[in-house]
Write a protein of this length. Sequence first.
Length: 312
Amino acid sequence: LEEGTVSTNMYVKPTDCTRYLNRRSFHSKHTFTGMPFSQFRRAAVICSEMEDREHCIDRMEKKFLDSGYKAEELAIARNKAMSLDRASLLNPESKPPPSCKVLACVIYQDPNLRKELGSFFKTHQQELRILLGDVMLVVSERRHANISSILFQKAGFSQNQLTIRENQKCGSKRCKTEAIMNLSNTVFINGVKIKLDFRYTCASKSIIYLAVCKLCNDPLCESNFYFGQSMNSLMSRNNGHRGNFKLSSYDKSALSMHIYDKHPEAFGEKLSAFDFGVVKCVSPIMLNRLEDFYIYETAADIKGLNRYKVFT
């Protein structure tokens, strides 16, 4: 603090080696011109005194030269940063909102097409204004799918190629769950419309599943449904449910406990009293969140069979 004015300077730890991206690295050309300027601009904003600013930029410039940067491009970035007005950088003027609507023309990344569209918009500006009104036309580019996204099916760049089936039966002769995968692709649970994803079967893993009791024939019965999750397939998860249809362990599964309480005559039929369906197939880290979502939306922990999980 000098004469009532705050003086600022850039602090660098003594142990900081100040390493920058090597100039020989395989990056776009603009990366190596933009990085020195961004660092020099940082010094121009932080350092209130011109002498401190020059000292910081000198130190940065030396480190950039050690990393293989060209002296010519560093000189251009230095002159550009030193000519900046620090006051305007610290107190930028707010841009007024656009006076007209913006209409984006989205294309896949193509520099030639972008230039042609930009030229077309300028050439036919009057005609376009008559057709579209007072709008600002901009060209927005979407990146193509790369090799990584195709091979590993990243959600942001590629589409899942699974086909929609007529049902959710896996087709395995050894599967005991296939016979009870009878829910339609749209069901109403406690007044809430639930759509089942028919791209998946009882053999799909990392799933949210739905079970509906067939023995609760009363249409007003709101206590015949259960939402569950499993990192394994539904056929594997149902082995656990099926194993709890015993007098010694019926209270360890919400499904066996429901049959024991409401339909004791069908206790020996085990899971045959239910119809099952796969609601979603998601990443394992999303299972808890998505299960809670469906339980909350349908009040399954109050009116559904998920309430058994609360009390046990």
